[in-house]
Every structure is written in C-alpha cells, then in structure tokens.
Design a protein around this ligand. Structure first.
Ligand SMILES: [Mg+2]
Length: 314
C-alpha cells in the first residue's frame, strides 16, 4: 500500500482501554503521517457510531484502509459496518482483553502494527452472528454469560481484569447451572446442565484456549460444551482448560458447525458475545464465511496464557 491508494479511515474509541494501550493508537498515527498517508481520524461517540464510521469508509472508493483503535466491542461494531465490503481492515488493540487482535497475532507494540501494515499479509476473517448480532471471537452461554450480565449492571466505561473478580466470585456461588440444549447443523448434540462456548477464535479471556482448534477463516464455528452440574465440576473443567486437556475429557463435547441453536427450557441462561452482554435466548448462531479482509503481522501467532499473564503483569 502507498499514499496514492487513498486515505485511511482511522476510527478511535476515546473511552476504551488503559492509557498505556491508547498510546499505540497515537504512535501508529504519527508513523502513518510521517510516511505521507492521509489519516482521517474520527472519534466514536457510541458503538453504533463506530459501525457507521466503518460503513462510511467501506463505501468510499477513496478510502484505502479502515483501522479501528479500541477493545473487542469497538472492533466488533466496526467489522459489522465493514462486512461484505471487501475493504481492507487493520485492528489497533486498545482494550482490556483484545481477544480478536490477540488471535490475529497483534500485541501492544506499535512495531507489530507497522509490520502488519508494511507486510501486506492479508487473511480472510469469518464473523459469527447471534440472532443477527455480530461477534468476532466467542459467544458464551451459561456461567460466563451470567458474569458478563452482572458486570454490565454497574459498568460505566473502561474495565480492568480486577473488575471481573467479584462478579466471578458471586456467580460461582450463586449460578444454578440450568440445562441448555444445543443443536448443531440440525442435530441435537447436548441437552443437560453445562457451559456452552461457540468460538470463531481459539483464545478466550486471559489466553485460555477453550475453542482450541478454531480457525477464524475456515467458514465454521467451533463448539465446545462442558457438561457441568455444579461448582466442583466447573473447577475441574477450568483446571483442564488451563492445561489444554479439556478437549480429551469425557465431559466435554467438541465439534464444528456452520449453524447452531442454543435453547434453555428451565431458568434463565445468559449469553455473552466477545465479553459484552449478548441477545436474549433462544439463540440462533450463524457464521458469515470470510466476511472481512484483515491485515495481520506476517508469521505472528496468537498469544497463549503464559504470554498474556506476562503482559498483564507488565
Ligand atoms: Mg472457524
């Protein structure tokens, strides 16, 4: 890419992430300006606005690239706005988790962004939808959905990893583990007490590889279900997941599908998408194959739990 190809729609969520993460958005902009690119910096006022700004770039032939600096929520809405447009996208990770950017091989260094920009390595990215709402990384039903709903009740802006501690603790003791029914590509694969994860990416919070085999460009979603009647079982699943032994467990169901329905018969089941509250149940989940063209750092791999913990500690 060179400056004559067109301007760069530079979408920034001013509210997302820690100040250290936001620094790379400024550094990368300075790099582009220095290289002679026309950077059109636009600040988001809401998630809907992030989507609109992306669509503006997507439909404008003078726009060569859309970038978005923010967390997973911002990126999700921007990709929703870009879907189906064929416009090139570059993510700038500025959130707490950065599930998608992490999976694509980005970290919090501006050098990695520059490598991705200059490397011209383009990968197709699938998107998932739950009842028509997009997700980029993972949708969860049951325990983690309840945690996210608990947090959203008091969340006002940026959150840190510590924000999750009390909601996880409270949910751990109060969660009733209601039965959940899962239908994958027309076949019932589960109807019991458990936790259900539908992943477009392999990594979840803090680098846990729940949907371990997920490939974000294969046109399928990975389904990981933990049979889980109570707290002790949940702890066992968590430990196995940390040691990447969960897929082999007899209490885990792992498959891939293009269309999935998740239903609950008894008691409320909450859904989360990319760490934000998801739509109400029942949930109809679909994949949009190769919806986005995204620039990635050449040869980069997603960071696992050890790398993520190191980064978190600083
Ligand atoms: Mg896939």
């Amino acid at each position: 890419m060179n400056p004559q190809d067109g301007y760069i729609q530079y979408i920034v969520n001013p509210k997302s992430g820690a100040s250290s993460a936001n620094r790379i958005a400024g550094q990368f902009k300075d790099y582009l300006v220095e290289k002679g690119y026309e950077v059109r910096l636009v600040l988001t006022e809401s998630l809907e606005h992030a989507c609109e700004l992306a669509t503006q770039g997507a439909v404008d032939y003078r726009c060569a690239l859309v970038t978005a600096a923010g967390g997973d929520g911002t990126l999700r809405e921007v990709l929703h706005g870009l879907e189906g447009s064929n416009k090139l996208f570059l993510p700038i990770p500025c959130g707490t988790e950065n599930l998608l950017a992490n999976e694509l091989g980005f970290d919090l260094h501006v050098d990695t962004l520059v490598k991705a920009f200059e490397g011209n390595c383009i990968r197709p990215l699938d998107l998932g939808t739950v009842n028509g709402r997009c997700f980029t990384s993972i949708a969860g039903f049951g325990f983690d959905g309840s945690v996210i709903h608990r947090i959203s009740a008091f969340r006002t802006g940026h959150i840190s990893h510590l924000t999750y501690f009390w909601p996880i603790w409270r949910t751990f003791w109060e969660h009733p583990f209601p039965p959940i029914k899962v239908i994958a590509d027309g076949k019932e694969i589960f109807n019991d007490r458990g936790l259900v994860f539908i992943g477009n990416t392999s990594r979840y919070a803090i680098g846990l590889s729940i949907c371990k085999k997920a490939d974000f460009g294969d046109g399928l979603l990975d389904v990981c279900i933990f049979r889980c009647p109570g707290q002790l079982s949940l702890l066992m699943h968590a430990a196995k997941t940390v040691f990447k032994a969960h897929i082999k467990s007899k209490k885990t169901i792992y498959t891939q599908a293009a269309s999935i329905q998740v239903e609950c018969a008894d008691g409320p089941v909450f859904c989360q998408i990319d760490g934000d509250p998801g739509p109400a149940m029942p949930a109809d989940i679909k994949v949009i194959p190769q919806a986005i063209r995204v620039l990635v750092p050449p040869g980069a791999k997603p960071a696992g739990i050890r790398t993520r913990l190191r980064r978190m500690i600083g």
